[in-house]
Each structure stands twice: as structure tokens, then as C-alpha cells.
Design a protein around this ligand. Structure first.
Ligand code: ADP
Ligand code: MG
Ligand code: MG
Length: 884
């Protein structure tokens, strides 16, 4: 039979799946011999069974009764006993911490009949009534859904009547009267009397905690944090200890070191004569933990010793909750504490210095998302800017601009050079032009999977969403928050890493980590930089994946090298055809004869050669993968509407539109319904004579000029080996003629290429997965259209947990990759394989590429350090470890 209940003595921190984080850690502390009030944990299995069937699983009630009896024997007190009643707390606790999302009820077991016993034993009648009013309120609110405001109002009235500002000013009589009022409120809202049977209270509280797993806010929180919806929560039943037993009692929270910076030294808050939830609720002002030394030195010293012991035991920063009952310290909770990205690095490095953990372990304590966060510029908050609200940190960055409430207006203003922040209640596909034009996006509704969040992340744009204290009125073009009105044009600053919204322009400061990579700060400059340097150096030592960068210019290449790139995995040659060179491409397109075409190509040749020469010089012998031109040629022509207008105007004026007319005809002729599936990539090379040859010649001539240059020629959009063979034959001829050695390989980005990789490998020295196209074509999604149009719905429906353009779809697209790797290598064991899509810089995807056995990832220069770190992490941990 399934065991549903564990005494603290039976559990440990390794059992979080079953006992939840709180339960596992309470057991761990109890078994360390720390002062934990006795208790037991009802498993997540029981919760899941309850949620599935709507009733307690068979045997649970008996098991709870058994463990309760044991608890009663240990405590020498019984639940519901009038003489000396046992009281317990009933506390939620899931595998992943979900702060404040679920329920806890304190003082369970207090009834009209047990109250005198509690008062007598404590020798304090006021305390007993204080505990009772807390129970009626918490039970009413969490178990029976009575609105909290009803109780709050009654409490305020009682305080007013007693002429006191805080709850400590309420005497015994006032509290007794308040309990009566609370009971009446309970009756009004539920139609029932407050339960006077202690066991019924316990039973109902347990059910309420089970049920709180599916409370709306818990569901939303899980969705945002990507916590699986089917884990369920455990329930902890813990003997009450009382922090509200007078001035020598109290309650507090503490961290074993500073969770913001990682600096050593305890941090915390303490509140005398109070019960735990008062600290969080901010009912009264807490004092810094250090004050406790003065109030109760013995407890303070004991607490510090316990915290040191917990840090040593968990080998990490811990946060704790404690209560002091008349000079006796009790530990009520601990866990490995959340921390900022900076603190994560600093703490990990410090623990290595202290000999507590080794560098491999340090690698598992940080992650790429944190490093990425540290590389964004941040607001300089030293001048104390006015924070007017906050929302969900949906897409990182620090953005400043004029608030604008309409997408078209935003695009218009941005067009005149004014930076704007697009502010909406929520966004929809019509807002896209404004989102593209804005520095950042701010919404008052929606979470991390809302339209605004998904699209902003896709564009790499700063976004704060769900800032629900903002009352946004798009019609009048303003928002109100706390009485402050912000109108169109008023400058605001939003922090996509913290979710903060500020009034006015907050100065932006470059990231010290980036300055270090750029060589502007020495690794010893500050403790954060030192920590990053240390851990990243170790990642480099451990990783099996090489890291390259996607770079098209010598400047990008130089930056990529400073960030640690070991080569260029993707140079997009089409980027070299922009600006004034566009005219040459137009000539190529409009050429009527072979001579005209060759003349245009001949003019492009030296320009391309110079580009490649710069890249090869910069990369000094590291491999540079140059992709032959990929996009459809008509992308280089002016937009149809512009041309049509120009031609029409000229004709109106009776002039000859000449060149514009030719261009317009070409645009019409070359129009494609689905350009991404049209005449592009290798197809272009096979259709436009001389185009690829010009590029190959430029690459070869450049390589010949730079001693040691390592050129790789990459053919895009290949679907069949015959395509590659045709290009390869021509290219090899040219290379031989010029006496240059270069590897020739292909992108794998069309599903057919992945499925015929064994054949394609015969003609390829290397593969590079183009995961953007592979995802587009694998799913049949047009990226530019789908993200804005329906991804939000798909995420809501759980069709995927994260956009497949953000993180590789392991099951589908990932399967294509695995097939191609296996069959490619089977045909050609020395096949070199990498990836150059944007997924190359995504932490989860990098782990997949490591597992799939790739040789390298290539990503944007800024992502190179993230990729180095994640590649190192992948090498030291078997599969996805939880760093949540
Ligand atoms: P959360 O997960 O929201 O922190 P908890 O279950 O930790 O909820 O409980 C809320 C508060 O009640 C905490 O401050 C805790 O210290 C306090 N508390 C819980 N159980 C007891 C107990 N047995 N005795 C005294 N205080 C308790
Ligand atoms: Mg807690
Ligand atoms: Mg592509």
C-alpha cells in the first residue's frame, strides 16, 4: 500500500518530489538535530490522488490519525483536549517554491472549549484570544473563501475603538470581542458556524491546502515559471510554537548571506511578539535581525550558529524562518535561497575559494540565463529614480523612451528619432509595427507567455508585462498609477530584468561583465567580474562543444573573439550587398545579357574579397564559415508600393519613369507567394550563372591573401545531394585553379536534407544546422507571422511550453537533427557538425546540441559567453539539472 504520511524523522531533503521542498527540508533539519517543532508531512501523491478524485485516497485518514497520535504522545498534549490542547499549523509546500501562492493555516485546534486550556497553560489569556482571532481569520479565508477584507475591516474597527494603531494595543477584552465579530463574519459568508471540532478543522485545512494547488494565482505562477502543473503540493502538519507570547517571543526570516550581492554576513528581519505571517504581511515594522542580539542574545547566538551549520550542510546560501517562544528558538523552514544573477556567481566562486564546493559544482550553481542577464546594460539607480510600478520581467534590458499608447503613433514618433516605449493594456498582432519601432514594451496585463512577452523576446526587445497597478487608458492616451498620471510623450524607463517601471529618464550603465569581456575592466576589478571569469574559464576547460559566433563584419568578428569565439560559424554574405552596393545587385537583376551580368558580378567581386579579407585577418587562422548568398534576390529591390507610386507620379507629370519602371517590372516578374520557400539559397546559385562562382572566387582570393586563413564555404538550403554536388564541383574547380584549400559543406535546414543526410554527407565536409529554417519548415510555421498571430494561444493551450524559435523543439526538430547527425556520421565519420541558428545561444538548446553530439554551436557575439558557460555545464551534469 502507498505510504502517504512521513514523520519528519522519516524524511530528508532528497525527497522533495514526495514531501515538497518545505517538508523535505524540515525533515533534514530535524535529522540534523536542529530545534524543529515535531510534525509530519502528507505526500504530494496524496494531493494528486485527492485532486484527481475529489476525495482523500483510501487509507490516508487512518495514516494521518496514526501520525497525529504519535505527535500527541511526543508533545504530551492532545488535539482538541480542553485541559492542555495541542495546536498545529497546516502548511502547503510543493517541490518548487511558489512564494505566497498557496495556503497555510496556523493555530489549528483552537476552539471555544480548548481556549481556556491554552490560556491557562501559557498563563496569558490575551495570547490565547490573539491566537484564536488569527485562526478564525486564516481558516475563514483560506479554507472557506471568506473575503479577507471583511476581517481586515473588523480588525481596523476594533483598533479604532481601542484607540490604538497596531494590533499589540488590543487587550484581552478587545480580542475576545473581535473573535465574536470574526465568527459572525464567518457565519455570514459561509452559512456555517466556525467549526468547534479540532479534528474537523484539521481535516478541512488539509483539504484546503490540497485544493490551493489549483488556485488561480498558483496556476498562473506555474505557467510563468514553467513549473509542471501536475506535481501537486505536500501538506505539513507542524506543532505550533508561539511567537506571540509576549516581548520575549517573536518571529523572523533570515538569509545566511546577502541574496542581492552574495556578500557574506547574515541578513534578516525580526518582529517581536508576533506570529510568522505578520512579517511577510508587513502588519508592523520589523527590525533588522542584528537587533535580536540586544533583545535575546542567547537565541541570537544560537540562530547564527544554526545558520552557519545550515550553510555548511547545504553548501549554499540558505534562507530560513524561525520563531522564538519565550526565549526558546525554533526553526520553521529552510531552503536553498533564491538570489540575484550576480549573487549566484559571487556565491559560487566564494564557496570554491572557501573549499566548500569544487569548480564543477560551481558550474551547476549558475546558468546561462543568469549570465545573459548580467550582460545587459542596467539602470544606474544611484540617483534614486521614482519607481512608479512594477510588472513581470518578460524580456530583459533597460529601455527609456516617451510613453506612447498607440502602435502607429509609436512607429511615427520613432521614425522621427524619438525613442518610445509602447504602453498597452495588452498587445495584439495589430501592434506589431509599434512594437518593432519601440525601445521597449510595457503592458498592464498578461504574463510571460502573453503576446507582448512572446513577441518581445523573439525580437530581443525589452518588455515588462502585467504591471497591474497601472491603469492604462489607450483612448485618452495615458496611464494612472497611485494617482500619478503619465501622458503620451512623458518619458518613462522600464527594466526588463527586474520588472520595474520608473518615471523619467534613468541613466543606463554598461554591464561590468561586458566591459570585462571588452577588455575595459581587468578580471580582478570587482568580485562579480572575478567570479564570472573564474567560472567561465572552468567551463572552457570542461566543455566538449566549441563555440563560434555569427558575424558578418570585421568589427563583429573582433568582438566575437573578445567574447571568446573560436571561429565564425556563420558569415551571411547577403549583408554585404546592402547600402550603396544594392545598386550593383539591381544591375545584376536587371541584366539582359550575359555581358551585363558578368560586368555587375565583376564589380561585386573586389568588394566581397575585401570583406572576406577583413574577416580572415581578424580571425587569424580560426575557421570562418562563409555562407553563399541565401535570400531571394528581390529582397534587394525597393518595395513594390514605393516603386508603383514613383512610376505613377512620373507618368502623371508626363515624365519617363525609366529605371523605376524597369525595377517595377522586375518586382512583378520576381514576385513570390512564399518567398521563404521560393527561389533562394542553393536554388539561386544553380539558376543565376556566375553568382556563386563570384562568391567562391572572392573567398578563395581573400584566403590566398591572408596567411593561415581557414575558409569554409557553406551552401544554404540544400535539400538533395545533387544540388550540393553541382555547387561543389564548380567550387572545387575554382579552388584548384587558385590553389586554395577550403572545406565545402552545407546547411541542414530543409527537413529533406536531415532525412537524407547520409547521402548529402558524401558531398559535404561539414554540416551546419540552420535551426530557424528547420523549425519553420519542420512545423510549417512562418516565423514572422506566427509569433504575433497565435503563439500566445498555443502557449496557453500547452501545445508547447516555450516558443520553438526560442528553444529547440527536441521531439520534432530535434529528432531531425539526431537523424542527420547519426546518418551523416555513419556515411562520413569525420563529418564536422555545428549549428548556426539562433538556438545556438539558447541555454536549453545548447544542452540538447551537446547531448546530440555536435562539434560546435555558433551564435551572436553577445551570446558567446552564455554558450561557453552552458556548454561547460552540459559537460559536467548529465541531464537538465534544476537550477530553478
Ligand atoms: P509560506 O510558504 O507562505 O512561507 P509557511 O507554511 O512557511 O508559509 O507559513 C507561514 C508563516 O507561519 C511562516 O512565517 C511560518 O514561520 C509560520 N508558521 C508556520 N508553521 C508554524 C508553527 N508550527 N509554529 C509557528 N509558526 C509557524
Ligand atoms: Mg514559509
Ligand atoms: Mg536559413
Amino acid at each position: 500500500m502507498t505510504k502517504y504520511v512521513y514523520d519528519f524523522a522519516e524524511g530528508n531533503k532528497g525527497l522533495k518530489d514526495l514531501l515538497g521542498g518545505k517538508g523535505g527540508n524540515l525533515a533534514e533539519m530535524a535529522n540534523l538535530g536542529l530545534p524543529v517543532p515535531p510534525g509530519f508531512t502528507i505526500t504530494t501523491d496524496a494531493c494528486r490522488a485527492y485532486l484527481r478524485t475529489g476525495k482523500e485516497p483510501y487509507g490516508l485518514a487512518d495514516e494521518i490519525a496514526l501520525h497525529l497520535e504519535r505527535l500527541e504522545r511526543q508533545a504530551g498534549r492532545r488535539l482538541g483536549d480542553a485541559g492542555d490542547p495541542l495546536l498545529v499549523s497546516v502548511r502547503s509546500g510543493a517541490k518548487f517554491s511558489m512564494p505566497g501562492m498557496m495556503e497555510t493555516v496556523l493555530n489549528v485546534g483552537l476552539t471555544d472549549a480548548t481556549l481556556p486550556g491554552l490560556a491557562a497553560r501559557a498563563g496569558d489569556e490575551r495570547f490565547a484570544w490573539d491566537s484564536y482571532r488569527r485562526l478564525v481569520q486564516m481558516f475563514g479565508k483560506t479554507v472557506r473563501g471568506v473575503p479577507g477584507e471583511a476581517f481586515d475591516r473588523a480588525l481596523d474597527e476594533a483598533k479604532a475603538l481601542a484607540g490604538t494603531g497596531d494590533d499589540l494595543g488590543l487587550g484581552t477584552d478587545a480580542l475576545r470581542a473581535l473573535v465574536d465579530r470574526y465568527k459572525a463574519i464567518f457565519r455570514e459568508h459561509t452559512g456555517d458556524d466556525f467549526p468547534q471540532d479540532a479534528r474537523v478543522q484539521l481535516e478541512q485545512a488539509v483539504r484546503a491546502v490540497f485544493g490551493s494547488w489549483n488556485a488561480e494565482r498558483a496556476v498562473l505562477y506555474r505557467r510563468q515559471e514553467h513549473i509542471p502543473a501536475d506535481l501537486g503540493t505536500a501538506v505539513n502538519v507542524v506543532t505550533m510554537v508561539f511567537g506571540n507570547l509576549g516581548p520575549d517571543s517573536g518571529t523572523g526570516v533570515a538569509f545566511t548571506r546577502d541574496p542581492a550581492t552574495g556578500a557574506p554576513g547574515v541578513y534578516g528581519d525580526y518582529l517581536a511578539n508576533a506570529q510568522g505571517e505578520d512579517v511577510v504581511a508587513g502588519i508592523r515594522n520589523t527590525v533588522p535581525l542584528q537587533e535580536l542580539e540586544r533583545i535575546d542574545k542567547a537565541s541570537y547566538d544560537e540562530l547564527l550558529a544554526i545558520m552557519a551549520r545550515l550553510e555548511a550542510h547545504y553548501k549554499d546560501l540558505c534562507d530560513i524562518e524561525f520563531t522564538i517562544e519565550r526565549g526558546k528558538l525554533w526553526m520553521l523552514q529552510t531552503r536553498v535561497g533564491k538570489r540575484t544573477a550576480a549573487a549566484a556567481f559571487v556565491i559560487a566562486a566564494q564557496l570554491v575559494d572557501d573549499g566548500v564546493i569544487d569548480l564543477d559544482e560551481a558550474l551547476t550553481r549558475v546558468n546561462g540565463a543568469q549570465l545573459a542577464q548580467l550582460m545587459f546594460p542596467a539602470f544606474d539607480l544611484s540617483a534614486g529614480p521614482r519607481r512608479i510600478g512594477s510588472g513581470i520581467a518578460a524580456s530583459p534590458g533597460a529601455a527609456v523612451g516617451a510613453a506612447v499608447f498607440d502602435a502607429h503613433r509609436a512607429a511615427e514618433l520613432a521614425g522621427t528619432g524619438t525613442p518610445v516605449i509602447l504602453v498597452r493594456r495588452e498587445t495584439n498582432p495589430d501592434d506589431l509595427p509599434g512594437m518593432i519601432a519601440a525601445q521597449g514594451i510595457l503592458t498592464s496585463r498578461g504574463g510571460k507567455t502573453s503576446h507582448a512577452a512572446v513577441v518581445a523576446r523573439g525580437m530581443g526587445k525589452t518588455c515588462v508585462c502585467g504591471a497591474d497597478t497601472l491603469d492604462v487608458d489607450v483612448h485618452t492616451g495615458q496611464f494612472t498609477v497611485d494617482g500619478q498620471v503619465v501622458r503620451e510623450g512623458d518619458v518613462i524607463s522600464i527594466d526588463g530584468s527586474s520588472g520595474a517601471v520608473y518615471l523619467g529618464e534613468v541613466p543606463v550603465q554598461p554591464s561590468p561583465v561586458v566591459r570585462y569581456f571588452e577588455g575595459a575592466l581587468s578580471p580582478g576589478a570587482d568580485q562579480l567580474v572575478r567570479a564570472v571569469d573564474r567560472i567561465l574559464t572552468h567551463a572552457d576547460k570542461r566543455r566538449r562543444l566549441a563555440v563560434r559566433a555569427n558575424a558578418d563584419t570585421a568589427e563583429d568578428a573582433a568582438r566575437a573573439r573578445r567574447f571568446g569565439a573560436q571561429g565564425i560559424g556563420l558569415c551571411r554574405t547577403e549583408h554585404m550587398f546592402l547600402g550603396e552596393r544594392r545598386a550593383l545587385v539591381e544591375r545584376l537583376i536587371l541584366a539582359r545579357t550575359a555581358e551585363q551580368r558578368d560586368a555587375a558580378l565583376a564589380e561585386l567581386l573586389p568588394l566581397q574579397r575585401a570583406d572576406f579579407t577583413g574577416l580572415f585577418r581578424e580571425m587569424a587562422g580560426l575557421p570562418v564559415t562563409v555562407r553563399l548568398i541565401d535570400p531571394p534576390l528581390h529582397e534587394f529591390l525597393p518595395p513594390l508600393e514605393d516603386l508603383a507610386v514613383r512610376v505613377a507620379r512620373a507618368e502623371e507629370r508626363g515624365e519617363d519613369p525609366g529605371h523605376d519602371r524597369e525595377l517595377l517590372d522586375a518586382v512583378h516578374r520576381m514576385h513570390e507567394e512564399n518567398p521563404m520557400l521560393g527561389l533562394r539559397g542553393v536554388r539561386l546559385g544553380l539558376v543565376v550563372p556566375g553568382l556563386f562562382a563570384m562568391q567562391v572566387r572572392a573567398i578563395a582570393e581573400a584566403a590566398a591573401r591572408v596567411p593561415g586563413a581557414c575558409a569554409e564555404i557553406m551552401v544554404p538550403l540544400v535539400g538533395a545531394v545533387q544540388e550540393l554536388e553541382a555547387v561543389r564541383a564548380e567550387a572545387q574547380g575554382l579552388l584548384r585553379e587558385l590553389g586554395v584549400d577550403a572545406r565545402i559543406g552545407t546547411m541542414i535546414e530543409v527537413p529533406r536534407a536531415a532525412l537524407t543526410a547520409g547521402e548529402i554527407a558524401r558531398a559535404a565536409d561539414f554540416f551546419s544546422f540552420g535551426t530557424n529554417d528547420l523549425t519553420q519548415m519542420g512545423w510549417g510555421f512562418s516565423r514572422d507571422d506566427v509569433e504575433g498571430a497565435f503563439f500566445t494561444r498555443y502557449l496557453e493551450l500547452g501545445i508547447f511550453g516555450v516558443s520553438p524559435f526560442e528553444s529547440i523543439d527536441r521531439d520534432g526538430v530535434g529528432r531531425l537533427i539526431r537523424i542527420a547527425v547519426a546518418e551523416g556520421r555513419a556515411a562520413r565519420p569525420d563529418l564536422h557538425i555545428g549549428v548556426c541558428g539562433e538556438h545556438g545561444g539558447d541555454p536549453d538548446s545548447i544542452r540538447f546540441f551537446h547531448d546530440a553530439g555536435l562539434d560546435y554551436v555558433s551564435c551572436s557575439p553577445f551570446r558567446v559567453p552564455v554558450a561557453r558557460l552552458e556548454a561547460g555545464r552540459s559537460a559536467v551534469t548529465a541531464t537538465g539539472s534544476d537550477t530553478r
